[in-house]
Design a binder for this molecule. Structure first.
Ligand SMILES: [Zn+2]
Ligand SMILES: [Zn+2]
Length: 133
């Protein structure tokens, strides 16, 4: 599926080809901190199918508990997380679904790191719903 996206300020724009069945939620504590939210939603794209159309992301190298180092790309102006990948020669990019224009169609198929999920984030049905703030 062809998708495109941009950061909040519009400096970074991109296009990619993704498998909509590969959308997943990550509940790890790093994703909670790095998103400033309850969990992250990702989808992978092969490097050959990812095109950065404009802008130059800033890279933060994250070292995991396991020692694995990973490049996290975000907009240097507005801070929107855009993707992560291996540091050298990435075979794939893990795109942040929140900045993909077609995100409403990208329903997650899997949740990982559920052991660190915020318990309340697993069921929001009982939370009051307003159509706007
Ligand atoms: Zn931006
Ligand atoms: Zn994570």
């Amino acid at each position: 599926m062809k998708v495109d996206g941009q950061c909040h300020c519009g400096q970074i724009t991109f296009e990619a080809d993704i498998d909509p069945d590969g959308v997943r939620i990550c509940h790890c504590t790093d994703c909670q901190t790095l998103t400033g939210s309850a969990y992250r939603v990702n989808v992978q794209t092969p490097a050959a199918a990812f095109v950065l159309r404009s802008g130059q992301p800033k890279i933060y190298i994250k070292t995991a508990e396991s020692g694995t180092r990973r490049a996290h790309a975000f907009c240097p102006n507005c801070g929107t997380p855009v993707y992560s990948c291996t540091i050298a020669d990435p075979p794939t990019y893990s795109l942040r679904v929140g900045c993909i224009r077609q995100r409403a169609e990208l329903r997650p198929m899997r949740q990982i790191w559920c052991r660190s999920a915020l318990p309340w984030s697993m069921d929001l049905r009982g939370v009051e719903q307003l159509s706007r703030q």
